[in-house]
Design a protein around this ligand. Structure first.
Ligand SMILES: *Cc1c(COP(=O)(O)O)cnc(C)c1O
Ligand code: SF4
Length: 344
């Protein structure tokens, strides 16, 4: 792949992805939110308004900021003991190792900060590692960003090696869109770097089966062959994947590629993303339809990151409601059944 990433509005116009008549409006979008479409995603999209195109091509609808939307939708800044570090749950921290990504998603929950800087500066990384080393409650370190796989293999290997040297950090995890949007990054050197910590999990961000190009499939296979446990996270996106058949195809494809669907995220309240957001009730209806027809291996948990930094919670649908001294349980077909606990 020799074509470059598209990073400006004029790049998009030249590539036929932006309507020249819409340029004045899109220029205002581009002033506020960065653009980047990787070579692999240019290949995966057929038109700017297909399920891949709409994730990356800017839209005038992004100028509509709704009152409930926020600049820090999941409260990253609310629990930060050191620059680049978020410590919200006792046993795990998020380390924002870089702010760069290979693509800039139009619905990104960190769209106010992605692309604003490169790797976390060395003194800040050192301070974050000192905090982790001094905090034995931290069992898991989650590398995110930005996208941690935009770091060089050398830098990533050194970081995972440092974490491997901290006895209480038994697990590391990376959240990345890299294997899908930049599969050429998954080189033998990168895989060796991932193995610098003995228990490194990789959570791949993917929203539609159309993103699974032959190159992405091959990259996932290389990671699975190397013994890296693979999970996925998907954002529920209106007009892109908000129907059971589309998600079924995605989740079945992932399981066949040895990737376990982990989370389906309700779309966060980032500014200018209302056109992508379903209602919670719509998400629950989709999940209920999937529950009846997909293997448990293929079913992620539908979660909401409560705005303001209050954490992630499963948001149903609920199968259990109180009924007097017992319970009503709903089966996947929607029928209700009585369940009684043992009398105490
Ligand atoms: C999402 C998140 C995690 C990871 O949560 P899991 O449920 O373990 O995947 C950890 N810390 C913060 C601050 C988060 O937002
Ligand atoms: S890859 Fe993730 S962090 Fe980067 S722009 Fe997309 S959603 Fe945001």
């Amino acid at each position: 792949m020799t074509r470059p990433a598209l990073t400006t509005l004029s790049d998009l116009t030249r590539a036929g992805l932006a309507d020249p008549a819409a340029e004045p409006v899109l220029a205002r979008v581009a002033e506020t939110f960065r653009i980047r479409i990787s070579p692999a995603m240019q290949e995966a999209m057929e038109t700017p308004d297909d399920p891949v195109g709409r994730q990356f091509v800017p839209d005038a609808a992004e100028l509509t900021i709704r009152p409930e939307e926020r600049t820090d939708p999941i409260g990253d800044r609310a629990h930060s003991p050191a620059p680049g570090l978020t410590h919200r749950y006792p046993d795990r921290v998020i380390l924002h190792v870089t702010q760069t990504c290979d693509v800039y998603c139009r619905f990104c929950f960190r769209r106010e900060t992605v692309g604003a800087a490169g790797p976390l500066p060395a003194p800040e990384l050192a301070a974050a590692l000192d905090y982790i080393a001094a905090t034995p409650a931290v069992r898991e370190v989650i590398l995110t960003g930005g996208d941690p796989l935009t770091l060089s293999a050398r830098r990533l290997g050194a970081l995972l090696g440092r974490l491997a040297g901290i006895a209480h950090v038994s697990v590391t995890r990376l959240h990345s869109r890299g294997p899908v949007v930049a599969p050429e990054r998954i080189t033998p050197a990168l895989i060796a770097a991932l193995r610098a910590h003995p228990a490194t999990y990789l959570v791949v961000h993917i929203n539609h089966a159309q993103e699974l190009t032959p190159a992405a499939r091959a990259a996932l296979a290389r990671l699975a062959e190397a013994g890296i446990p693979l999970l996925s996270q998907t954002v529920l996106l209106r007009g892109i994947n908000d129907d059971p058949a589309t998600l079924e195809e995605l989740f079945r494809s992932l399981v066949a590629l040895r990737v376990k669907p982990y989370y389906l995220h309700h779309c966060d309240l980032a500014r200018g993303t209302g056109h992508f957001r379903t209602t919670l009730a719509e998400g629950q209806v989709i999940m209920a339809a999937l529950r009846g027809r997909l293997s448990g291996l293929a079913l992620p948990t539908y979660v909401l990151d409560i705005p303001g930094g209050h954490g992630k919670v499963p948001i149903g649908p609920d199968y259990l409601v109180r009924d007097g001294a017992g319970w009503q349980v709903t089966d996947p077909a929607g029928h209700h059944h009585r369940y009684d606990d043992p009398a105490r």
